[in-house]
Design a protein around this ligand. Structure first.
Ligand code: GTP
Ligand code: MG
Length: 395
């Protein structure tokens, strides 16, 4: 650590590829954590190659993928052809509206077709609306509340036609999301510690790259911590993001103790006056309790340096996961406490409705949505833009 600090002060700490490794702060760290070497074994061959298999993602703790060997053969996993491309390719996605990105969602397609087929107010329209919302992952409770209210108002003749009902639906959907559309406030706290959690393959590391870019643009000094030490490729993936963005990455390689990596990174962030530390974490260990114990330990250990750290536990949810996302959030809340959500992959085949289910069930702030794989494809969550994307005017 001391050697690193000196190198840093000499201006050599951020190498040409923006990454460096940190020797564990053994004495202080061991004293605080009282740990043994990490017992986790590297992934078995059976665990490799899943590459975010959809069926695996549907389970709450899916199978992991890849190994360093596969990584070197195939190039970086999970970041398309590498963050460089993601940063420099045609910036078309940033200009596309939320509507463009969300129009292929099950929610948008379902509602568009529903109102096209049922231009007249009727109980059948409400029945079909109920089915559409349920199949778009809005969830039983939210769907029931929405349709019961609309049905009651329809019977009171509050709506002149189906378009008026659709606009009432829009208003209800916005009202459901507005309370949770709370942007992340970094404020003056320095370093602000942002711990990114979530199950395997949901988009944690990609979201970290996007966040680092966003904070950089706000002229903040960012440090990344490679706390997913479960596999070497995870560290390499974060280092690659750091390299392309010119953001330093604190890492100790595969099988290092995750809490130790993040602890050291916080010390470094304090020493070098970084504004924000963003820590990656594993999405899966050999057992679910192993993962949760590790996260709890990370939090405990950070608290030794800063009683309020982490200042944000950002849980990343894959928007295509459906109702299983509810179980995932519940587990992470119980294990570590979650202070904000980022919902990714809403640009693809996600049904979109899970955002409403999450809002109703947990009322946790939804900070960001991922609307693509590129570095710029992260938007601060905007309730009205999201609903307008799912329920375009005039459909
Ligand atoms: N379409 C789309 N793809 C995304 C989005 N966010 C992430 N991805 C893709 O999802 C895949 C998994 O992303 P990662 O960032 O590696 O996910 P992770 O949670 O870090 O995965 P593990 O480290 O294995 O737990 C990659 O192929 C990403 O490019 C998004 O908003 N939209
Ligand atoms: Mg990752």
């Amino acid at each position: 650590m001391i050697a690193l600090s000196k190198r840093w002060q000499a201006g050599a700490s951020i190498s040409s590829h923006g990454n460096f490794s940190v020797t564990p702060m053994s004495s202080l760290w061991n004293k605080l954590a009282g740990r043994n070497p990490r017992p986790e074994a590297p992934p078995t061959s059976g665990e490799r190659g899943a590459q975010h298999d959809r069926s695996a993602e549907q389970s709450s703790i899916p199978a992991r993928h890849d190994s360093p060997a596969e990584w070197s053969e195939q190039g970086l996993p999970n970041v398309a052809s590498g963050p460089d491309d993601l940063l420099t390719a045609t910036p078309m996605p940033s200009r596309r509206s939320w509507r463009d990105r969300l129009s292929s969602s099950g929610f948008a397609r379902g509602l568009s077709s529903l109102f096209a087929r049922n231009p007249v107010l009727s109980d059948e329209l409400l029945d079909e609306l109920e089915i559409t919302l349920l199949s778009a992952d809005v969830g039983v409770a939210s769907t029931g509340e929405l349709t019961d209210d609309l049905r009651r108002r329809m019977h009171k003749r509050e709506f002149a036609d189906a378009i008026a009902l659709r606009e009432a639906l829009r208003a209800r959907l916005v009202a459901l999301l507005e309370p949770v559309a709370q942007p992340l406030e970094i404020g003056a706290r320095k370093p602000f510690v942002l711990l990114v959690v979530g199950v395997n393959g949901v988009g944690k590391t990609t979201t970290i790259g996007k966040l680092a870019r966003r904070f950089q643009q706000d002229k903040r000094e960012v440090l990344l911590a490679a706390g997913d030490t479960f596999r070497a490729a995870a560290v390499a993936q974060l280092q690659e993001w750091g390299s392309r963005l010119g953001v330093p990455v604190c890492s100790q390689g595969q099988s290092a103790d995750s809490a130790s990596v993040i602890f050291d990174a916080l010390q470094m962030a304090v020493a070098h006056q970084h504004d924000i530390l963003i820590a990656d974490t594993a999405g899966r260990l050999h057992t679910r309790s192993g993962l949760m114990d590790e996260l709890a330990k990370v939090k405990r250990v950070l608290g030794k340096l800063d009683a309020e750290a982490p200042h944000e536990v950002l849980m990343v949810i894959d928007g295509t996961t459906g109702q299983n996302a509810i179980n995932q959030v519940r587990q992470f809340i119980n294990a570590i406490g979650v202070t904000g959500l980022a919902v990714t992959k809403l640009d693809g085949t996600a049904k979109g409705g899970v955002v409403f289910a999450l809002a109703r069930e947990f009322a946790l702030p939804i900070r960001y949505v991922g609307l693509g794989e590129r570095a710029e494809d992260l938007s601060v969550f905007d309730a009205r833009a999201f609903v307008d994307g799912l329920l375009p005017f005039g459909t």
